[in-house]
Ligand binder design. Structure first.
Ligand code: SAH
Length: 420
């Protein structure tokens, strides 16, 4: 069959992945394009030399730790000696041409940023998800390549593109694991990328009622969802049941995600689960989450700190009220605090806590914001003062989940308003 003639200025690309670990690579240029290329090369652990009289601050930051050598001068012929790969990324086409010419003569592949037709290498738009790498060539249109790359990465993250190899082939061949994922305050947009990815790759998800429920709804039918809030009652017993469940499933080879509200280590008993897994030899990863302690006030327009006003904040569990023999909170110290006090799990105990804070020195008219159902469609903000808190909670019918915030920062909400 006769071959279709190929336009030498566009050609046909043959995609490969260069394994550059400890191999010499020379980048000529010190601007934004050079910076991006160097960042990728450093990620590939290449031995990078940058040749440029000046570099951007961002590129200098890559040079500083010592993994990149910077020759602070103009390019000279011979600079590519011993290189496996080169990048010509100056803003001077003549210099780029000279670099490309030296590379061609020495049979070093060279990416030339300013002239695609004169380049022996085309750099794809790259996305990474763990050890999975996506590279897209856009037929000369970088925006097109970036758009497709972004769509693939987004699909892998939200699970709409299934990464089959990420799941144990044939059930249990790969050792199981547990990922403790902080799901954020409830809005599925407020989980981290890594958290969402772990959920998308799970065989089983053990979820709390404050975790983002709509993420669970979009999981494929073969992913088992276990509602941890429905496990046998009795506080500590339920935790033991959860710990045992995580360990048992992981030992059976499953990828287990423990999906919790907010951050796993903020009143989330995440450490107990981590310890149980570690004791059983199960690999555990912790994915931090956006904690409701900071995010829920923020969503209602209340900052926990403010320059020139409040330089400290304390997050406290209101589960056990002041005077309770098992309370580990120093309420008198909190009463003397100038800064912000953020109370979680404190709807029932609000009156007792407010009284203790006032007793120990906090002004009775200190503003308080109570935010319920943060980040959900029913989010509500009620403003009051410390002395009126219990009455306001009763009058307004405030129910958990709620975060309440004490301090001058609450006064700032008047101007802020909220988008919800
Ligand atoms: N680990 C979680 C906190 C668990 S304790 C985190 O980091 O956010 C549970 C308490 O968190 C609730 O009683 C409530 O005080 C608070 N909370 C969690 N989600 C909330 C939400 N969406 N709106 C208001 N309060 C919330």
């Amino acid at each position: 069959m006769p071959e279709t003639p190929v336009d030498p200025s566009t050609g046909v690309v043959y995609p490969v992945g260069l394994r550059l670990l400890d191999r010499r690579v020379v980048v000529v240029g010190g601007g934004q394009v050079a910076h991006r290329r160097v960042a990728g090369l450093v990620e590939a652990r290449a031995r990078v030399t940058v040749v440029s009289p000046e570099v951007t601050p961002a590129l200098e930051a890559l040079v500083a730790p010592g993994s990149v050598t910077w020759l602070a001068r103009r390019y000279r012929p011979g600079d590519l000696d011993g290189a496996w790969y080169a990048v010509a990324a100056t803003d001077d086409p003549e210099v780029n041409a000279a670099v490309a010419e030296e590379a061609e003569a020495a049979r070093i592949f060279c990416a030339r940023a300013d002239d695609r037709a004169a380049s022996s290498v085309w750099t794809p738009a790259v996305g990474r998800q763990g050890d999975l790498v996506v590279g897209v060539h856009g037929g000369g249109d970088p925006q097109r390549a970036v758009g497709v790359r972004d769509a693939v990465v987004a699909g892998l993250t939200d699970g709409s593109i299934r990464d089959r190899a990420a799941r144990p082939a044939g059930g249990g061949v790969r050792p199981g694991s547990v990922v403790l994922v902080g799901g954020g305050p409830g809005d599925p947009g407020l989980i981290t990328v890594r958290g969402q990815q772990a959920v998308a790759q799970a065989d089983v998800v053990v979820a709390d009622h404050l975790a983002p429920q709509s993420l669970l709804a979009s999981l494929p039918a073969d992913v088992e969802v276990i509602d941890a809030s429905k496990l046998p009652r009795g506080r500590s017993m339920a935790q033991e049941v959860i710990n045992a469940l995580l360990v048992e499933r992981a030992l059976a080879g499953q990828r287990v995600v423990r999906l919790k509200g907010g951050d796993p280590f903020v009143f989330g008993r995440g450490m107990e689960e981590l310890e149980a897994c570690a004791a059983a030899g199960v690999p555990v990863e912790v994915v931090p989450g956006v904690t409701s302690a900071i995010a829920v006030p923020a969503l209602a327009g209340v900052p926990v700190t403010h320059r020139g006003m409040t330089h400290e904040f304390v997050v406290v569990s209101g589960h056990l009220p002041p005077g309770h023999p098992q309370s580990l909170v120093d309420w008198s110290a909190l009463g003397r605090l100038r800064g912000t006090v953020v109370v979680l799990m404190g709807v029932e105990t609000a009156g007792a806590i407010a009284a203790a804070l006032v007793e120990h020195g906090r002004a009775p008219d200190t503003p308080v914001a109570v935010v319920t159902d943060g980040s959900t469609a029913t989010q509500r903000l009620v403003r009051t003062t410390l002395v009126d808190l219990a009455r306001t909670i009763a009058d307004e019918g405030v129910r958990p989940p709620a975060v309440w915030v004490v301090g001058d920062v609450v006064g700032l909400t008047a101007a802020a308003g909220t988008a919800r």
